[in-house]
Design a protein around this ligand. Structure first.
Ligand code: ACO
Length: 373
């Protein structure tokens, strides 16, 4: 190769063009709409429509979109039976990877034109909360609950998981985290999904690729790890002492740091005050003390900011959700971003096939087994 451009982890490399979102130090925007405005005003369904179709929906378009989501929410008995057969010890993301793969066998559209791709995306989006809720109930020895048409994406999940309509506050907070999690440019899982799309593989395969990639603790798995960390300490002092020692020993503190953001993550800043209000309302000041002790110590000692997974882990905990579904709930949102990337790549494609720099042994001759020492 004459011109060689290489950076570990592809840091700073422009790996493609996108109209879906922009991630900058001073702004995050989905199709040109700043995250602050969307977080304050939009339902997750509006955001998902925006990502998939490029524009915010009109009232009739939104009603139609919600209706189509509702039409796809019920999962086939075969999917329920598959989820039932998975050993109880298997984690939520692994179950979801299997469940979404299985849902792909019940394709809802014909052909590969844009409308068919969007319909598959809506199907994939609709079944994720149903699979997570079914798994939760089966683990608890209960049967899954049928979806209730008319509920929001957030409320639908809470209804199917717990069998009762959520409070206004719970629905609002879950909706907010779904809006914040929906899309984030060329992050690892979206990029992996785009690589899959670039081979002209199907949309469900790309969603499974996204789930498998998001699962890792350096990516979406961090919201679960962050909450496990917060849960280890009884007081802010204890958390501070551990964090200081951890930083000295070069430990990775989950929920902190970001490849792009060096001055803080817009999404974390939006979520934190609402999470803190919820903590006070639920008399969980001790958890909040631990949260701020870790956050302040990481910043004082390393000048590293929290990312969205840090306040999100505690938000879900305060809502009473089990830790194992925090990253699956990230998927319940991010399918919208992955699908938008899938469609963008698939409909304007060139296969993604970079080069590597070879650093192995120099060329050498084959030696037969009998002559090898
Ligand atoms: N805890 C402790 N030190 C850290 C952390 C952290 N969470 N994050 C970065 N650092 C350190 C690095 O070790 C490095 O230190 P050094 O210079 O002494 O070697 C320095 O900060 C710079 O790291 P970066 O080059 O900025 O990190 P990179 O871009 O390679 O990785 C990543 C980004 C993976 C997010 C990293 O910060 C990390 O592992 N964080 C913890 C996991 C996490 O929270 N992931 C969620 C990301 S957001 C999302 O996926 C929704």
């Amino acid at each position: 190769m004459s011109e060689e451009l290489y950076r570990p982890g592809l840091e700073g490399i422009i790996a493609g063009e996108t109209e879906v979102s922009t991630v900058e130090q001073d702004s995050l925007a989905y199709r040109g709409y700043r995250i602050e405005g969307l977080a304050e005003h939009a339902s997750f369904e509006e955001v998902a429509y925006l990502l998939l179709e490029g524009e915010l929906p009109t009232a009739p378009q939104l009603a139609d979109f919600r209706k189509r989501l509702d039409q796809h929410r019920a999962i086939q008995p075969e999917i329920v039976e598959t989820v039932r057969m998975i050993p109880k010890s298997v984690g939520g993301m692994d179950v979801l990877r299997t469940g979404v793969s299985m849902a792909g066998h019940f394709d809802v559209a014909k052909g590969d034109e844009r409308p068919a791709l969007v319909e598959r995306a809506i199907h994939a989006l609709a079944v994720v909360p149903s699979i997570i809720a079914a798994r939760l109930r089966l683990l608890d020895g209960k049967e899954p609950i049928d979806p209730k048409p008319g509920l929001s994406h957030a409320a639908q999940f809470l209804y199917m998981a717990f069998g009762k309509a959520p409070s206004e506050l719970e629905e609002k907070l879950l909706n907010l985290t779904l809006v914040l999690y929906a899309e984030h440019e060329f992050n690892a899982s979206a990029f992996a999904a785009r690589v899959c799309a670039s081979t002209l593989s199907d949309l469900y395969s790309a969603m499974v690729t996204g789930i498998a990639t998001l699962k890792g603790p350096l990516h979406g798995g961090a919201n679960e790890e962050a909450m496990k960390l917060i849960s280890r300490f009884k007081s802010g002092d204890e958390a501070k002492a551990w964090t200081e020692e951890g930083i000295k020993n070069k430990a990775k503190i989950m929920g902190f740091g970001h490849r792009v953001y060096k001055n803080g993550d817009h999404r974390a800043r939006i979520l934190e005050p609402l999470m803190a209000d919820l903590a006070r309302e639920r008399n969980q000041q001790a958890k909040l003390d631990v949260y701020f002790a870790i956050k302040n110590t990481v910043f004082d000692r390393k000048q590293i900011h929290m990312n969205v997974d840090y306040p999100c882990g505690l938000t879900y905990y305060l809502m009473g959700l089990p830790i194992d579904i925090y990253t699956p709930l990230f998927v319940a949102s991010r399918v919208s971003g992955w699908a938008a990337h899938y469609i963008e790549q698939y409909t304007n494609n060139r296969i993604i096939r970079p080069r590597s720099r070879y650093v192995g042994p120099a060329l050498r001759d084959y030696i037969s087994v009998s002559e090898r020492g």
